[in-house]
Design a protein around this ligand. Structure first.
Ligand code: SF4
Length: 889
């Protein structure tokens, strides 16, 4: 471990290179200027990594020791229990009663050994991963069109393209460094940008055209384009003739589905002119990249959506060419690595097919694994249903939180609660899924583990350790290999270090390949350990010693990975969603990410600044729907789906189209009382990819009017079991809780609980206004502060108050000010963070604009630095400028 370590970001599929360096004050992070994915750039999440590492020093955050049946054990006992119980399950119920559920956060080496153990040695095909929720539809679409799961383009294409079409992708928030690269290219040569998304997102700020289409009508829009391209004489006939199958059939199907622009516009809820403009730009711009992401994949018809996009690129010959390609961007840091090793239930290993007897035989011989069977395993949603109905008796969950991320959250929880054996390997000590674990295994976290990840452009990069794992945490590959050894498979899992696994993975990719499989990194099969240490990021497939130019873009020569080498256009037809809004559930819930949070917040939730951007889950709704359903800005609302419900804070916004609401995916039962959006997501899945539909779920909303609301600042997390609404965020030395209840007695009991162990609180009461303010101190140190009202939420200077928890001797006058909830002479304000990189609040920006100091985004940047870091907040700054100017007008 050195003072500066080059590694890769643990969050999104952009896969930015980072440089971590240590100092007396802790860790510092910077973008790696040498890494081709980001060339030194970084976003707010990456920039806050040192904060999350510092927060992990709090021993309660990490799982530090193995536990079996709630009792702390050593590794020997825990691994014996894992091996013994899995063998016993296989003996009594058959190997197929065992499943592994893996994660796009695992390193490729971890993934490889887990997949090998279950499929090859225990003999069960049921290995699936949370990547099923991310890009399984793209995998299926790629295989149908190209014959292999291959992303043909690279990030540079976004900079070279003259037109970038973003479909179902809020790039500015979900892949911020790619958005930065696109913004810079646009500044340089005026790249046209089209955003296709029902919502108006931050990404639309960079758009020349936003097509806010009706939900689930993407196939119709792209079928319309495919039908129109021949009329516009924009088909690349030479390419199609030589390299594409099924062109006529796919075009005929598209014409039947979307006969003309008027029909398309009507079906999609768009203006005819806008559709025509998009089609015209696409037709006349050879250098076009279509970026697509979860808005396409997370659909009951996701695979068809993907193929509708691939069809128009095949028809125009724009695949793998300079600045011209379809481009899937993944949500997770190692979704692509998981696909390489076969971490999905419908994959085998190294891009081989579990349904192909020759592939199965090949892997069986390579692994010397006689029990390896042909056939696919259960995909995530079906897998957890099989746990629920008792077909699966044992599940090992690694590095993921399915109790939060899978649809039908309450059914998933019931399934886990009833499962005879649940093993969970995790970094965090408290997750919703860990509650159901019989065996808990502490895994090494980012910065402690060692291996490789592959980003969205097929670039393999090293994640290197730069700090010691705490307690008894161990790397996942070690945990799995040790369990395998105890099960009697030691000879096949004799790995001493990650490089041993990487070499075997590389060797399998090249084994009897002969160019049949595009994924071939066989040249690394004899990589020396020292070369693995210094391995530079590379795109597969690249032979050692080559420049890598051959791997940058694939299929440009028109030779695809199908048996006859020709790409396949697929006949797709738009299909109405199986469940439509009705009188009981009149709105469609769309779910997604926030700019500063990641998945279930086990890491980003540790950072006070990241948690400040959106401290609570918001229900975003159009003004028309808010009025119709009696919701008010800033109030609370209950969202009910067919399977469950949640509570969220209401945000009324014109960005949300009527008929649809937006909910964030991040909040868990650890972070909020009822903020889990998976409770309103039904388990409808794409029939081909098995990916659940997180974007189209009919719901109803209703105001939830509490009897009291409060803001609590506290060093300890109190028992909030009887409080119907609470959301917690970390704020340095304390946590801030937004609370609301339906019975004032709840507030009294909470106050009593906070009082234990401290002296009598300072108190201010205004009975007529229903206002109570209390502060508990212990020898001059603030322990907790509660601000409660019967009406709306009290306005408190949250940052200022949380800083008071850092004071060790608050004197008389300082104590009295506490109950005012703000510093003397400070005006009340929201204190909401807008720019996470430079910690600039809404109040500061509004003040600068009102004072006339800054009237443009550039001036806000110069004066306050806001928006000059990762740039993801620029659209918000524009909005603030607009709002203040409207107010002033
Ligand atoms: S863009 Fe993604 S990979 Fe890059 S720093 Fe941000 S979260 Fe990390």
């Amino acid at each position: 471990m050195t003072d500066a370590t080059r590694t890769t970001c643990p969050y999104c599929g952009v896969g930015c290179g980072l440089v971590m360096s240590s100092s007396r004050d802790g860790w510092a992070v910077g973008g790696d200027p040498e890494h081709p994915a980001n060339r030194g750039r970084i976003c707010s999440k990456g920039a806050a990594l040192p904060e999350t590492i510092a927060a992990e020093a709090d021993g309660s955050v990490r799982l530090l020791h193995p536990e079996v049946d709630g009792v702390r054990t050593g590794w020997n006992e825990a691994l014996d229990a894992v091996a013994g119980r899995l063998l016993d399950t296989a003996r009594r119920h058959g190997p197929e009663s065992i499943a592994f559920y893996l994660s796009g956060q695992l390193l490729t080496e971890d993934y490889y050994v887990a997949n090998k153990l279950l499929k090859g040695f225990i003999g069960s095909p049921h290995v699936d991963t949370n990547s099923r929720l991310c890009m399984a539809s793209t995998v299926a679409g790629h295989k149908r069109a190209f014959g292999a799961d291959v992303v043909p383009g690279c990030y540079e294409d976004l900079e070279i393209a003259d037109l970038v079409v973003l479909v179902g992708s809020n790039l500015a928030w979900c892949h911020p460094v790619l958005a930065q690269r696109l913004r810079a290219a646009r500044d340089r040569h005026g790249t046209r940008v089209v955003v296709i998304d029902p919502r108006r997102t931050a990404t639309c700020d960079e758009a020349d055209l936003h097509l806010g289409l009706r939900s689930a009508t993407d196939v119709r829009l792209f079928n319309g384009l495919l039908a129109w391209l021949p009329e516009a004489d924009a088909v690349d006939r030479v390419f199609v003739e030589a390299h594409v199958e099924n062109f006529d059939d796919a075009v005929a199907a598209a014409r039947a589905d979307a006969p003309d622009i008027t029909a398309v516009a009507e079906a999609c809820g768009l203006e005819v002119n806008d559709v025509h403009t998009f089609y015209r730009w696409f037709a006349e711009t050879p250098r076009t990249v279509t970026v697509f992401s979860q808005g396409v994949n997370q659909s009951a018809h996701g695979t068809d959506k993907v193929n509708a996009i691939l069809n128009v690129h095949l028809a125009t010959g724009r695949v793998g060419r300079l600045g011209a390609s379809p481009f899937s961007v993944t949500g997770q840091p190692n979704a692509m690595g998981g696909r390489e090793v076969g971490g999905l239930a419908n994959q085998l290993a190294a891009h081989m097919d579990p349904n192909d007897p020759e592939d199965v035989d090949r892997v069986r011989r390579f692994w010397k694994a006689p029990v390896l069977k042909a056939g696919e395993g259960l995909k995530a949603v079906d897998l957890f249903r099989a746990i629920g109905d008792g077909r699966i008796k044992a599940v090992w969950i690694m590095g993921t939180n399915p109790a939060v991320s899978l649809p039908e959250a309450d059914r998933v929880r019931a399934a886990l609660a009833a499962c005879p054996l649940v093993i969970v390997s995790d970094v965090a000590s408290r997750t919703d899924t860990l509650r159901y674990a019989h065996i808990r295994l502490p895994a090494a976290a980012w910065g402690e583990k060692d291996g490789t990840v592959t980003n969205s452009e097929r670039r393999v990069s090293r994640q290197r350790p730069f700090r010691m794992a705490p307690g008894e945490a161990r790397p996942d590959w070690w945990i799995v290999s040790e369990a395998a050894r105890r099960m009697g498979f030691g000879a096949a899992f004799r790995y001493r270090r990650p490089v041993d696994i990487f070499r075997e993975h590389a060797a399998l990719s090249g084994f009897e390949n002969d160019g049949r499989r595009v994924f071939d990194i066989g040249a690394f099969a004899r990589l020396r350990a020292t070369d693995y240490e210094t391995l530079e990021p590379f795109q597969w497939p690249r032979p050692v010693g080559s420049s890598g130019a051959a791997s940058k873009r694939l299929f440009a020569d028109g030779r695809f990975a199908t048996p006859n080498g020709r790409a396949r256009m697929v006949r797709v037809k738009s299909v109405a969603p199986a469940v439509r809004p009705d009188i009981r559930f009149p709105l469609i819930a769309n779910t997604g990410r926030y700019r500063d949070q990641w998945h279930t917040m086990t890491r980003t939730g540790l950072s006070p600044r990241l948690s400040a951007h959106r401290p609570e889950p918001l229900l975003e709704i159009s003004p028309r729907d808010a009025l119709a359903h009696g919701l008010e800005e800033g109030g609370l609302a209950r969202v009910r789906g067919s399977d469950g419900d949640m509570l969220a804070r209401v945000s009324v916004t014109e960005d949300q189209p009527p008929g649809q609401i937006f909910l964030p995916m991040h909040w868990t039962d650890e972070a909020a009382a009822r903020g889990l959006c998976a409770r309103v997501v039904a388990g409808r899945i794409d029939p081909i990819s098995g990916q659940p539909d997180n974007k189209y779920n009919p719901v109803r909303v209703e105001p939830w009017r509490p009897a009291w609301t409060a803001v609590l600042f506290s060093r300890v997390v109190p028992d909030l079991a009887e409080v119907p609404y609470w959301v917690r965020r970390r704020a340095g030395p304390c946590s801030i809780f937004d609370l609301a209840g339906d019975d004032p007695a709840q507030l009294d009991r909470l106050s009593a609980a906070l009082a234990s162990g401290t002296t009598a609180p300072l108190e201010y009461r205004d009975r007529s206004a229903g206002r109570i303010r209390r502060a508990w101190l212990d020898e001059g140190r603030l322990e907790a502060c509660l601000f409660a009202e019967l009406g709306r939420r009290p306005e408190i200077a949250r940052d200022w108050l949380s800083r008071q928890f850092g004071e060790t001797s608050l004197d008389g006058s300082a104590r009295l000010v506490l109950l005012a909830g703000r510093a003397p002479r400070e005006a009340p304000g929201s204190g909401r963070l807008v720019c996470s990189c430079h910690l600039v609040t809404l109040d500061a920006i509004e003040a600068a604009v009102r004072n006339g100091v800054a009237t443009t985004t550039a001036e806000v940047g110069r004066y306050l630095k806001a928006g000059t870091g990762c740039g993801s907040c620029i659209s918000e700054i524009r909005e603030i400028l607009r709002d203040v100017h409207i107010d002033a007008a």
